[in-house]
Design a protein around this ligand. Structure first.
Ligand SMILES: [Zn+2]
Ligand SMILES: [Zn+2]
Length: 614
């Protein structure tokens, strides 16, 4: 797993990544011994052969499971379902087990064995004894093993999310996942299947108030189910076969978008690229089928309304779709890649949030011939854009948060390191705008950090370029905005008639003291920043003492300037062992806030738990 390290202070002349590894689990949902008992009684050769070649039956041997099991499906859960400020990933292995993983520092931990939870329902329902006949045994195994999983693309508001599993017996079962203190799942019904072949892929297409579930089976058939969920029960209103042919080609990628009341789907069948347009009743209006080149399509990717297609021979295309009344016009435009990769086979493409970086996974075929361990090269490309265009994108980010800008910032960092200069632009204007707009101030902070990086690296000084050079000052300005934000939100809670807890009152007091300290330091008038009635709405006055000398704290330090750890969201001293910390800049916050999933006030990234294992 590669993740941008977002390390602004890095002096590396390459894109910096943190890499982590998820090891494939060899767990199987089949009750232990079940298959082994069957084998121990002695079996026919034909049965043994099938037990070796059919992954569903591998769990009969510990050795085979351990050696052959691999990951067959990997999916991110919806963005807002997080644990320890990290997103969850579901992994399905080839013996049909589903598990949820979460990253803890550089290591991934399994936090829930979903198959085990499903078994509580499945085994109970079947109330099955272990069969004595081979075919019955196979059916028994097929009932419990998962062949594909699909997640609803968005979660519900209460930390729950729907998902669907296709069992190897071709049953389609819906579940509700709940992330609480424990992780639990609930059965939400199932839908009748059109074909009996094993389902290899499931896609969940969100529509207004309903959704389409598209399944592809081993034989290459594609079926769409029109569904909705009410009171945690699944309802299937109609079923349409989108592709009836048994060509045995399972699409590698599948995407969709909505255009007026039409649904456009894009997928591949080996070398062929298909686009289909349906009306809301899933009647086919128009279809485009074309072979792209003589090579296999390895992936179709989507980034904000733009679709990309890649083929095995390292060719990339953008897909332009034009809808003319009820007709589809599809054009593929090749993206020129500067370097050549002879002997390489492209496996996949990923595009960063703002399309600043393209990551291509490739395998060097020459290495394979030498029977060396299979190695995947990840080649990072960035689009040839002027640095100015790049900066404009960052400054004019409509979301006004750095959260989604880190790919652009990393490319900017790399470019400043490579050219050894800070880009020329109107920094005065940026700083001026930062007086009112905290986002601009955060962007200024980014440039200032890059400036100090260059200072360490290049001797030549260009002091006059930036109007303000104190990192501390910029940081304090940014924190002031945070203190105002916290105060205002607490005030609004009071206005809504809600009571403030002791923690809230401490936070209020902390923020107020911080603003007073700020105004004194920079000779500002406090009521210019925040109305008096907000300041007066809570009247607690809590004295904190320094953790080193027990002297009273004024502002953020004591008389002797000892360093105390402060919460950057509530401005109260942190005395607990456990706290929240930003992995990028080291900002800290009270652990008590973790339920609110807070962001770092400087980098806009989720704060993580300080006590996570290394
Ligand atoms: Zn002290
Ligand atoms: Zn941070």
């Amino acid at each position: 797993m590669l993740e941008l390290s977002c390390n602004l202070h890095s002096l590396e002349k390459k894109i910096e990544f943190n890499d982590s590894i998820i090891t494939c689990s060899t767990n199987s949902p089949i009750p232990k011994k079940c298959l082994r008992q069957y084998v121990s009684k002695g079996i026919r050769n034909s049965e043994l052969l099938e037990m070796m070649t059919n992954p569903a039956l591998w769990p009969h041997s510990k050795q085979i499971t351990k050696e052959l099991t691999d990951i067959v499906q990997f999916d991110w859960l919806p963005q807002d379902l997080i644990i320890h400020s990290e997103r969850l990933v579901s992994i399905l292995n080839s013996v049909g087990n589903v598990e949820l993983y979460v990253q803890k520092r550089l290591k991934w931990d399994c936090i829930a064995d979903v198959s085990l939870l499903m078994n509580k329902y499945l085994l109970n329902e079947n109330n099955m004894e272990v069969p004595k006949e081979f075919n019955e045994l196979k059916q028994y195994v097929y009932k419990i093993e998962t062949s594909a999983i699909g997640w609803c693309p968005h979660s519900n508001n209460d930390n729950t999310c729907y998902f669907v599993t296709a069992m190897k017996s071709a049953r389609l079962i819906f579940w509700l996942l709940t992330l609480g203190n424990d992780i639990s799942i609930q059965y939400c019904g199932e839908i009748e299947q059109e074909y009996s072949a094993i389902i290899s892929k499931i896609y969940w297409l969100s529509l207004q108030n309903s959704f389409l579930l598209v399944t592809c089976n081993e034989l290459g058939q594609i079926v769409a189910y029109d569904c909705s969920i009410e009171d945690n029960k699944i309802k299937n209103t109609q079923t349409k076969v989108l592709w009836p042919h048994t060509d045995k080609m399972v699409p590698i990628s599948f995407h969709y978008y909505l255009y007026d009341d039409k649904i456009i789907i894009l997928f591949n069948k080996h070398r062929h690229f298909l686009v289909q347009m349906f009306d809301r009743n899933m009647e086919l209006l128009s279809q485009y089928v074309e072979s792209v080149n003589d090579f296999k399509i390895v992936c179709i990717t989507q980034k904000h309304n733009v679709f990309y297609l890649c083929t095995e021979n390292v060719k990339m295309y953008t897909i332009d779709i034009c809808i003319d009344d009820k007709k589809l016009n599809v054009v593929l435009n090749e993206i020129k890649i500067k370097d050549m990769y002879p002997g390489h086979e492209l496996c996949s493409l990923a595009i960063s949030e703002n399309k600043a970086l393209y990551a291509l996974a490739m395998v060097d075929q020459r290495v394979q011939h030498r029977k060396l361990q299979l190695k995947v090269d990840v080649v990072l490309l960035c689009a040839e854009t002027e640095i100015d265009a790049h900066i404009t994108k960052i400054i004019q980010n409509p979301a006004k948060t750095l959260s989604n800008m880190w790919d652009q910032i990393e490319v900017l960092r790399l470019k400043t390191m490579k050219t050894k200069t800070l880009p020329k632009m109107d920094y005065k204007k940026l700083l001026k705008e930062g007086e009112k707009d905290v986002y601009k101030l955060k962007v200024y902070y980014v440039f200032l950090t890059l400036y100090y990086n260059l200072q360490k690296y290049v001797v030549k000084k260009r002091k006059r370029l930036l109007p303000e050079l104190s990192i501390d000052k910029i940081k304090t300005h940014i924190l002031k905005f945070q203190a105002i934000k916290t105060l205002t939100s607490l005030y609004e809670r009071l206005q809504d008639g809600k009571e403030l807890s002791e923690f809230d009152q401490q936070s209020f007091d902390g923020c107020k003291k911080f603003i007073q300290y700020y105004c004194e330091k920079y000779s500002k008038c406090i009521t210019d920043l925040i109305p008096q009635n907000i300041l007066n709405s809570v009247t607690t006055n809590i004295q904190h003492v320094c953790q080193c000398c027990d002297e009273e704290l004024i502002g953020l330090t004591c008389k002797s300037n000892h360093l105390n750890m402060f919460c950057s969201l509530t401005f109260t001293p942190i005395v607990e062992m456990n706290y929240l910390i930003c992995k990028v800049c080291g900002m800290t916050a009270q652990y008590e806030l973790h339920k609110l999933k807070p962001l770092c006030p400087l980098c806009d990234r989720y704060l993580s738990d300080s006590l996570l294992p290394l």
